[in-house]
Design a protein around this ligand. Structure first.
Ligand code: NAD
Length: 361
């Protein structure tokens, strides 16, 4: 019997609907080619949801997401909603979605495509061939640990407090995702912590070392976060998969992403223990170019490829999409954000059509 996947689409705001339309066409085509089927249902999130319901994520939209096999999001936000109170802002919808799906593992690849080496701010010989996956813990650590808040001391002085804490089980579950991810990639995992200073990091390091025994095919190393930041810009090619906590991962994944120099090319995945994963581009809703057919749809399409690989276990279809992206770049097609001399400038729709042609070859 043909496998059918139920996918909830969240086009969101700004360029979201434009880039989502391309990803849907691509998914329909690879489904046909790889003999599975996809059923799409749409739901509202962010500004689009605020306009329709007054709420950035309704219980009904979250319910739809929970009932599906995977959730594909484009982007949320825009000037129109910037001055609303925090609980009514588009970002609150996104945080609610992540929490509602219990997505504790965030996977952010930073891959330098040979065609775009020149887009990086680092020298080509440093970045050429870089292919890193940052696995970040997303629901624990210092962003959520208790106590937190701004308190008053006995002397009446204000004191800001956050707590960096991880339970062994939280470390183990992100560790397992990271070892499994490294196993599917180059077989090398670097765990990043601050174990020379922080007790929570010492536990992190102990658990990662312990887990390594279950994955003899993965080579584990450890780095302190300050050194990891330095190594990322000194010689990024030494990294394959990186695993780290929420705060360090927030910073290192952005630094790794910028090695590539092109925000319109970067996908991401967020996974839970069970239930659907969330797949979305790293970039925002680009309100400055929304509705102008100028958006780069490739990060959205690569997010769909991550969905096939990590969410739906269709790695061959994912490979095919990634190869098609390379093929259109090889053919010299570029959207405005990655344009360089001698290349052919395309709009969002035309880039989508070029991708569909490449997929048919
Ligand atoms: P942004 O990523 O939307 O845009 C930054 C710059 O990159 C802009 O010049 C934009 O035109 C360009 N850009 C981004 N994606 C592009 C693409 N696919 N193709 C071509 N160019 C692209 O970030 P921002 O301007 O800081 O934020 C705009 C809105 O997006 C804000 O409301 C912000 O809150 C929201 N945002 C949402 C997410 C998300 O949905 N996950 C992430 C970041 C920002």
């Amino acid at each position: 019997m043909t496998q059918n996947y139920r996918i909830t689409l969240l086009p969101g705001d700004g360029i979201g609907p434009e880039i989502m339309a391309i990803a849907v066409d691509v998914l329909n085509l690879v489904a046909e080619q790889f003999n599975f089927s996809v059923t799409f249902q749409e739901a509202l999130i962010g500004g689009a949801s605020i306009d329709a319901t007054g709420d950035p994520l309704t219980a009904e939209a979250l319910h739809r997401c929970r009932q599906s096999d995977a959730v594909l999001l484009a982007a949320i936000g825009g000037y129109k909603w910037d001055s609303l109170p925090r609980e009514k802002r588009p970002e609150t919808g996104l945080l609610g979605l992540r929490a509602g799906l219990n997505l504790f593992a965030n996977l952010r690849p930073a891959t330098i495509l040979p065609q775009l080496v020149g887009a990086s701010s680092l020298k080509p010989e440093i970045v050429d061939g870089v292919d890193i996956m940052v696995v970040r813990e997303l629901t624990g650590g210092v962003y959520f640990g208790q106590p937190k808040g701004i308190f008053e001391t006995e002397t009446g002085e204000k004191r800001g407090v956050n707590t960096m804490a991880y339970n062994q089980s939280e470390i183990d579950r992100i560790g397992r995702v990271a070892f499994e991810t490294a196993r599917k990639r180059g077989g090398k995992l670097c765990s990043v912590d601050k174990a020379n200073v922080l007790d929570v990091s010492q536990l992190w390091r102990d658990r990662m070392t312990q887990l390594a025994a279950e994955y003899p095919d993965v080579e584990l190393s450890h780095l302190y976060v300050d050194n990891a930041a330095m190594q990322l810009v000194r010689w990024p090619k030494q990294f394959d998969t990186i695993v780290t906590g929420n705060l360090f991962g927030d910073i290192l994944s952005d630094a790794a992403a910028m090695l590539t120099g092109s925000i319109g090319m970067l996908p991401s995945a967020s996974l839970g223990e069970s239930g659907p994963g969330l797949f979305e581009p790293v970039h925002g809703s680009a309100p400055d170019i929304a509705g102008e057919d100028k958006a780069n749809p490739l990060a959205q399409v690569l997010s769909a490829a991550m969905m096939l690989r990590y969410g739906l276990d269709q790695p061959q279809a994912a490979d095919k999409i990634e190869q098609a992206v390379l093929a259109v770049l090889d053919a010299g097609y570029r959207t405005g954000d990655i344009m360089s001399e001698g290349m052919k400038l395309l709009g969002c729709r035309a880039m989508g059509n070029a991708l569909l042609e490449a997929l048919k070859e």
